[in-house]
Design a binder for this molecule. Structure first.
Ligand code: FES
Ligand SMILES: [Fe+2]
Length: 450
């Protein structure tokens, strides 16, 4: 049921398993998101290895806002609006190291890495009111670090970062997500709305049709009526892991696939459930031991499993994902470039020995979504998206018809957005955020309390 506040939002989700098509292309809806959603949410602005040393900085852009994220000498990671206090020129473009602070390229106003104004050329030519102390420092933006990333929020009244990321934050901390480092980094321009792009990755309903190579019949050890064959089960699981690794070392890292291959000849119980449990235990143990021996900061996967920690796939509302498997993860970030255009980034994150020097990852080249260099799994997901964006415009198509059992996350996500668009206060939105920041696959439609 729609509350009064949500009813005022155009194209609001009324029937939870029906999502109006206009939400994915209407220019006014997009403008409302720009006004009421993006300025109020925590956003993953950069990976910390992009700014490994003091004075390293990186620019984060979201819609028409540009923010500088910088590692200071002794005040941790800070963020500022990327705009000179003189006449508004962007202080930085891209990334770099501000060894002697930031210098505006137009007239040379200078700022420290802490954002404080340090020099105004010909200061005596300005009236006092234009040089008031504090007023000419770069405007700070809230910035916190978690999970190996720096996060920004343009809303000074938003709750702290960690609170906004639960329950994903606690689960991913137990898995030591902060110890991962960028191994590969890709970027894709998708000719679709940012929400449509996200929603291609939050249910397993599409897997059979879109990713047939991931459907391996004997992976569950059973062939039509035939007796359980543990050997066929192990072979099938290894094939699955290889397919998940193919071309990008994510979601499963090649090291972990090799570890699984080394276990191929283990003895397993004859009973399917017991065999599956024994295989999972052995693989978890072998992966944990291999990485610890190499000096990685690696959690004990079997201990996490015993605690009931399900490591699969997490959304951190609104636009960052991490998909952990064994030691490594894939990670995604989606940013709107227009009502029907999205920048999607994909990282393959891996563990490294603790003493490894952190190298700044090279920013990715922007590939089109049909670029032949995409590994098979993202290529398959991308192949549907432009067709879906076009198909939504069909005159006879009114709304998406979701499976309330398997695609409930799409509804939970969209209704949480409605909560922001309705201008609900942060405390009223906390429950909805927590319902979205979870393993999204196959979730039912949830009562979000908004
Ligand atoms: S706009 Fe930056 S110094 Fe003039
Ligand atoms: Fe997919």
């Amino acid at each position: 049921m729609l509350t009064d506040a949500r009813r005022a939002v155009p194209y609001a989700v009324d029937v939870p398993d029906r999502i109006a098509k206009q939400r994915y292309y209407d220019a006014d809806f997009y403008a409302l998101e720009a006004e009421r959603l993006w300025p109020r949410v925590w956003q993953m602005a950069c990976r910390l290895e992009e700014i490994p040393e003091p004075r390293d900085y990186v620019e984060y852009e979201i819609l028409d806002q540009s923010i500088v994220v910088v590692r200071t000498d002794d005040m941790g990671v800070r963020a500022f609006q990327n705009s000179c206090r003189h006449r508004g020129v962007k202080i930085v473009e891209g990334r770099g190291t501000c060894r002697s602070g930031f210098v505006c390229p137009f007239h040379g106003w200078c700022y420290g890495a802490d954002g404080a104004n340090t020099f105004v050329p010909r200061a005596r030519t300005f009236a006092e009111h234009n040089l008031a102390a504090g007023d000419i420092d770069l405007v700070p933006v809230r910035c916190e670090t978690w999970g190996g990333c720096a996060w920004i929020n343009l809303d000074d009244t938003a709750p702290p970062l960690r609170e906004s990321l639960e329950p994903a934050a606690t689960i991913l901390d137990a898995w030591k997500v902060e110890s991962l480092r960028t191994e590969r980094w890709y970027a894709c321009r998708l000719p679709v709305n940012w929400k449509l792009a996200i929603e291609a990755f939050v249910e397993s309903y599409h897997v059979v049709q879109t990713h047939p190579q991931l459907v391996i019949p004997t992976r569950y050890g059973l062939r039509d009526g035939a007796p359980f064959d543990a050997r066929a089960f192990v072979d099938a699981d290894i094939r699955y892991l290889r397919a998940m690794c193919d071309g990008m070392d994510g979601m499963v890292h090649a090291d972990d696939v090799r570890i699984a291959e080394g276990l191929r000849d283990v003895e397993l119980p004859a009973e399917p459930e017991a065999a599956r449990a024994a295989w999972n235990r052995m693989l978890n143990e072998a992966v944990t031991a291999w990485h610890r021996e190499r000096g990685d900061d690696m959690p004990d996967l079997n201990r996490l499993a015993a605690q009931g920690v399900q490591l699969e796939f997490f959304q951190c509302f609104p636009h960052w994902f991490v998909l952990p498997m064994y030691s490594s993860a894939s990670s995604y970030r989606f940013r709107p470039l227009g009502p029907e255009e999205t920048l999607m980034e994909l990282w393959s994150l891996a563990r490294v020995p603790e003493e490894t020097e952190t190298l700044r990852p090279a920013p990715p080249e922007l590939w089109e979504c049909d670029d032949p260099r995409w590994p098979p799994i993202p290529a398959q997901d991308f192949s549907n998206l432009p067709r879906q964006q076009k198909g939504l415009h069909a005159r006879g198509f009114e709304y998406m018809r979701l499976s309330a059992g398997m695609e409930g996350h799409v509804s939970n996500f969209e209704r949480t957005i409605d909560g922001f668009l309705a201008g609900l206060p942060h405390d009223a939105l906390a429950g909805a955020l927590h319902a979205v920041n979870v393993y999204p696959f196959d979730r039912p439609v949830a009562d979000l309390g908004i």
